[in-house]
Unconditional design. Sequence first.
Lengths: 384, 518
Amino acid sequence: MNSLRRAASVLISLLLLLSISGCWNYAEVDDMSIVAGVAIDKNKADGKLLLTVEMIDSTGGMDKTQAGFKMISLSGDTMFEIVRNLISMTGKKLFWSHAKSIILSEEVAREGIVKVIDWYSRDTETRSDVFIFVSGEKTAREVLNLNSSTKEIISFELAQMMRDEKHTSSAPVVDIWEFLDKLEASGYNAVAPMIYIHEQKGPKKERVEGTAIFVKDRMVGSLDGEETKNILFIKNDIEGGVLAVDDKHGTPAYSLEIISNQTKLKPKMVDGELQIQIQTLTKTGLDEVMTAEGFLEGESIQDIEQRASERLQADILAVIHKLQQKYDADIFGFGEAVRENQPKIWAKVKDRWPEVFADLDVTVSSKVTIQSSAKTSRAIKLGD
Amino acid sequence: VTAVKSKDAAMNSEAAGKISSYQALSSSLDETLALFRKIFNNDGTLRVRVIENKHGGTVRCGLVYVDGMIDRDLIQNGITRPVMTYEFTEEESGNPAELMEKIRMEVINISDIMVSTELDELVGAVVSGKTVFLLDGYAGALNINAQGWETRAVEEPTTEKSVRGPREGFTESLLINLTLIRRRVQNSDLKFVFTDIGTRTKTQACICYMESLASPDILKELYDRLERVEIDHILDTGYLAELIRDEPYSPFETMGSTERPDAVVGKIMEGRIALLIEGTPFALTLPYVFVENFQASEDYYINYYFASFNRLLRVLGAFLSISIPAGYVALVTYAQEMVPTLLLLSIANARLAVPFPTVVEALIMLTIFEVLREAGARIPTSIGQAVSIVGALVLGQAAVDARIVSAPMVIVVGLTGITTLLNPRLTGPLIIVRLLLLCSTFFLGIYGYFFGLLGVVIHLMSLRSFGVSYMLGVGSIRPQDIKDTAVRAPWWDMYLRPAVIGARNMKRKPSKKPAKRL
């Protein structure tokens, strides 16, 4: 009796298992289209959203080591509607978990991006660690369309670029979750990297450089690569890159490779006024000396350090002023810093933070140190 | 030569049973011999020999033995010649009882000799290869041990090879096997207790243990279980292992089996008990815990770093061999988002045009692998190469080319097969657990895999071997509990015997200090 009972309970448990397994997301890999990236444009003709999807085309074949790709576009009213309708074009369910990049056209970005991005962050299959870009060209899809000439999957290339971005520090690296985080935060404005098509005698190539600046969820303007680097200095996001330094005559002569950088951001009350004090300490290595004279012409390491520090300080101040006056967008997180360090003051100013930010007093003190000179301590000396 | 009577053989065995039970031994030689002939009716190997000595009065003797089980030289030189040539006096020949005593004490030249009057016992002695010596006029017999038969030489065991360590393996002869053990433990503390198992075959079995180390409770439990065994024959210790084990429905072995005397001695010295039977080179050891599946004799002979590394490899191998197919199916059919993008692309590419779902593909390939394995184990070695050619070329290469299976699946199954081979003792359980996990994964994805794995762990945790928890030492953090589990500690650090099993006398050596450096 007991064993019968036990057998029955085991059987029932197994049957129950079947019921909870019901409509699980069982799917074979070859029955789905793997999405690599997506470009979101506004359809000129009817003003609807136009989605261009870059998909992996598994054409099969043992000898084929590189995956192909194919592109499809469809317009519609909502993101999800388009995504579902795409199935009728591919015949296979689209699989979004491996998508790496979202490219928004500037037009879409300027109109406000919550409406296109909500689906992406809400759906269960999409990932929130996808990189977001704003196209600096007319449309977003033309960036993805570059794959017809490069024969590479553009979305994956962009993701790879973002991973290597720390060596150049010319664009912010923004995951979609981070972007949404900034959108929701007060005292912080969101940014996204800009993407351009670079054409210089030869095949076209995508190039990520510069920053798109958002106020609320609308893009208001952009910064170029150099300015972006200065922003990253303020945000303490510098992990590498190059500082070019002029010689004493004003011509570019030295390259300093950034080894590490530490930025301290302190909101202080000075004479009853809120002041943001920024201190940067950059350790660099002298990696290029574009002059045969070397340092012997009276140029000491200290001189170069001095000039680099002054220049960096001026550049950082310039970009802060630009953002204060031109865009009134606190993309540095000054507000956040105030909230953390001076919560009482933040309580007073948070409701009118944009106005406060525009008139904020910011001081910058930069220090650049040269720690090494790479493999050699001397310049190339010219013989006879 | 035995007279052949035209009686039904089956009927006869029944009759023999009755005779041996009820009939007393007669004092007449002819009658007794006739009785033996009757009992051994239709047995052409029975030899009945009558010898006479007429030096002083007639002394008629009879020898009964089974041909092939005896040492002929020994019988000739130890029994027939001395009895035939001895000069008995007339007085002696007249008194059978004294004569028998004299023959036993002074004439027969063989060490192992016993007096017996029980027909039962004598019949048993004859079938076990002993020689029965009868004297006319005396209602009793001598039971002389002049056994002798061909045995296989002591060779290196083929199932458990080791690069370093003794190369002796057990043979089919129980006595030789006991010798191999005794030679390694020259101590009267080592006990050999004989019993017989099998109502018809009466196979000799020997329980072997160190009296001061083995737990009396476990020993008693073993005796109890052996007593309860009901079987008519037994050909290998595998029969016994199934009959007396705990948890008879578990695929995991709860009794160890080994062909190596050094392994048996090692286990006996930890307080375990060995059980050997006549006719098989495989000895059982008990209690048997899970980690013993990963232990090889060689581990104890080589450098402990290397030994520990090998152990860890085996543990990893066992884990991989149950997890690889299930994990692959889970990742490829349920959790594609967890596969690195490029890997997913290459899997998707390879899967294209393969007609079967991934799980069917896995089942096909796993079955093919098991078929090849079984074929390799059964076929004569002379055509063994054919199997590998069929396996590698026809089923591997061609199946992928023909797009019946995908290339990643071949890798998956290949890895599974190789990792299984790391643990020859676990092959059976691993196959079963692997299929179980594969099925649960097919239904529930990664959740199903962990569900199944959890079930296996719970099952393992619930197992016991002769009262000792099967997972002994697993999960403990005390150094002396895990000294001989996934790693093998240096000998100077293994100063205690395993917990529970060696509880009777835990200390293996007095201190845990490293051996003195000379």
